[in-house]
Design a protein around this ligand. Sequence first.
Ligand code: PHE
Length: 448
Amino acid sequence: MRENWTSKAGFILAATGSAVGLGNLWKFPYTVGMNGGGAFVLIYLFLVFVIGIPLMLTAITLGRKTQLSVYGAYKSIDRRWTFVGALGVICSFIVLAFYSTVGGWTLYYFKTALFGDLVTTDSEALQKIFHDLMTSPGNLIFYQTIFLLATALIVLKGIQQGIEKYSKWMMSSLFILLLMITVRSLTLPGSMEGIKYLFIPDFSMVTPTVLKNALGQMFFSLSIGMGSMITYGSYLSKKINLLHSAVMIPILDTSVALIAGLAIIPAVFAFGFEPSEGPSLMFITLPAVFASMPMGTLFAILFFILVIFAAITSSISMLEIAVSYFVDERKTSRNHATIITTGIIYVLGIPASLSLSGYYPINVGHLSLFDLYDQLSSNILLTTGAFFMTIFVGWVLKPKNAIAEIESSSIHFRLAPIWSVLVRYVLPIAILTILIESYRNFFQALFH
Ligand code: PHE
């Protein structure tokens, strides 16, 4: 018997846990910063509504219909499309190898904050903390290992006792912590600059690259394109209203991204930093921000707890993609599957960490292994997977069969005709157009 979520709320929290992660707290604020602010936010919101929500529905419907892992989902409907499922499983290894590297950094920062060594306004000292971590293979490996072990231990316990239980309490605490930090950040003098930056669009900043970044960010943030949502959907009972979930999850995820933007960007402005700092924004800029506020150490500790919770509830959903493949298709036990998959990710992930440290400069073309994984995850793999998924549901499974699945829980899907047109025509064309730009950018970064 396949395990089910205990309730709809349990599923929504677990799926929102998958969606809310480093993508929201770490990537979103700096991606906004590097892509010009308000215009990017607006495009992002537009994409969530037009592409994100319809595809979320597509993914969880595919999962619930087949009650199988991503691999089995494609295979059971049309064998010739098994490759898309296989692609999802392979992606999950690469993305988690990358994700656990950054997950490890957040653990290290939590420890540093806890020992009171993080909170300072001295930007040189902060850069040194980051730099020291990057050049310390021992620390990189140690914290990445802990992160992966925590992920594996939760997945080991299965759906109800593992993923659902931990997602529930981690996500609830996350919402509370995030609100506390946002209120603190918004009440700082000078925070208005940041609010303007986030919400007043300057359309002269919009280029094809910005569009590509917004789409990549959206797939990453919503966990769409490699099978997390298909996998989580496969543990849904036939009674659950899929429409409601498919709308709730993206709305919650996007709200957290915006709130994270509101928590981080105004504070960055208030203390005279640059939001376009890039990936180090959270690690170098933010501690200085905490240092400048009363009870800064406490807020820094809370903040990194929040980031760790967000990251773990996402990494478990990545691992579950691969674990469910082994359980369903290879008939291994959950314990075995978890050990095998974590082992593979470890082997892929440690070199990525080390490629940063300078001790083992592993490069592919012009990219370090870490950057290669990052680029692949953010711009290529998920977008490609999402493209195949929409073609698959639009033309192979066919919208009418998907709609029957959606309506099987005795609801009427009023927007079904619009959704069908989106899935068959609009989304494949839109995604493909942007995907071409993504591939062009990727190969440029790799070879030039
Ligand atoms: N959505 C997660 C985040 O924002 C990352 C993720 C991507 C999780 C793909 C699962 C699948 O951090």
